[in-house]
Design a binder for this molecule. Sequence first.
Ligand SMILES: C[S@@+](CC[C@H](N)C(=O)[O-])C[C@H]1O[C@@H](n2cnc3c(N)ncnc32)[C@H](O)[C@@H]1O
Length: 268
Amino acid sequence: MSTDPIAEFKTKQRETWTMGNFGDLAVFTTAVAGHLVNFAGVIGGQTVLDVGTGTGVVAITARRKGAKVNGLDLTPALLAQARDSAAVAGLGDINWKEGDAEALPYQDASFDVVLSQFGHMFAPRPEVALAEMLRVLKPGGIVAFATWPGEQLIGRMFGVNAQYIAPPQGIVSPVQWGDVAIVRQRLGNSVTHLHFERGIMGIPTLSPQHLRLFQEAKAGPFIRTALALQTDPTKLAAWRQELDELIGEYLRDNIVRHEYLLTRAIKI
Ligand SMILES: C[S@@+](CC[C@H](N)C(=O)[O-])C[C@H]1O[C@@H](n2cnc3c(N)ncnc32)[C@H](O)[C@@H]1O
């Protein structure tokens, strides 16, 4: 195993997103993909890159607009699902590539639009991932992404996880990408026409416990935390209770409604 903490972090990320079945959660990110692709103004003929494509929901949505699409992800198991999913829609011409947001395998100024939905936020060095996304974008091109705000449900759930399992040292929290002030500062004077919008993700569930169990079965970060707490049943029960109470705050009429942040800007 590598002793480079950044490389180790990425190996762990790959393992994390291979656990469970993220494809079942992508049912909920599918609606956000529609919002993001529309928000970015993707139109036919544009060259589009989707960073951290996962099972390809953003890439496939952009392709259905007529764009020429590339989907990149760190996790080969999810790319395999993306390929199968594109085939269901009869879209065999999306270029899927295994790769890292921090070292994008594309030439400078290759794309009209660079998108990322809950993807680049998981790269360990925000400034490196952002520099790469801007490098491969044409001047005048659009960068747009969806991220989880720290004060909303998913950000707060990550916060609960971090209280039980210490996050790796020296890695900044992914939910900093959900903070408008930090995003503004990170994009700085590389862009113009910076614009923010929020959307609501709705997740049907019969109870907080149903959704927490679903996350524990399907979503890597929650599977990993539950596994790490197996040897300490008291802590495991406390973690579950905290998550259930948190989810309960967002549950009305059998739907958990929580917000995500969309960011859009034009590269100078
Ligand atoms: C929450 S999933 C989002 C997937 C998809 N965009 C969606 O909205 O359904 C996070 C994705 O980011 C990918 N990822 C994490 N770190 C990455 C990195 N450094 N480079 C590329 N992809 C990465 C994971 O493999 C995973 O597919």
